[in-house]
Design a protein. Structure first.
Length: 185
């Protein structure tokens, strides 16, 4: 074989971080999550600039490309508004039949699901846990621990995000700390 060239990858996933020139970062502050938490009085008393979570993502193909995949890592801070844990906004996919994988990297959390019939259930997230999110199911994650929750995800590049339905109707049940433990209410 003639001299083969060896290239270094342009993107590195070291288990906790995505590193590379095309990694995009976004941040959600408490003020961005208005309407998500039930205890609006406590919410208004908290610092709207407090970071609740941030996401590093890679989009190797254009959004909407059939057959492509995206990947992201979410870093969800510990904390609560009243007795509700800090959580992600939650969404259905715009292309409702698209599935997704989440996997736990560090910390403790709960992945909360809601189907189109508004049935709600949750799975515990922890380092190494793997979660399949079927199409037609909204999902959000809550940090139920005392440390940062880190989880990664991979989803189809044509899935899209429908945050509006959750913003308007919410999830049918809430994850709250009751007697020191997370409970769907």
């Amino acid at each position: 074989m003639k001299d083969a060239k060896i290239f270094l990858p342009e993107l590195i996933f070291n288990g906790k971080k995505l590193i590379g020139k095309d990694v995009e970062k976004s941040t959600r502050k408490l003020g961005d999550l208005k309407g998500i938490f039930e205890d609006e009085v406590t919410f208004r008393l908290m610092d709207p600039e407090q970071v609740v979570y941030y996401v590093s993502s890679t989009f190797p193909v254009e959004e909407g490309t059939p057959g492509g995949l995206f990947m992201g890592i979410t870093y969800l801070m510990p904390g609560k508004v009243g007795n509700e844990y800090f959580m992600t906004k939650g969404h259905f996919h715009s292309n409702i039949d698209r599935a997704e994988f989440y996997w736990g990297v560090e910390g403790e959390g709960m992945l909360i699901f809601m189907n189109e019939k508004r049935e709600v259930w949750a799975e515990r997230m922890y380092p190494g846990s793997l979660h399949y999110i079927p199409g037609g199911v909204a999902h959000r994650v809550a940090n139920v621990g005392n440390d940062m929750l880190i989880f990664a995800a991979s989803w189809p590049s044509d899935a899209g995000h429908n945050y509006e339905t959750i913003a308007k109707y919410g999830f049918a049940r809430r994850l709250k700390e009751i007697d020191g433990k997370p409970k769907l209410i």
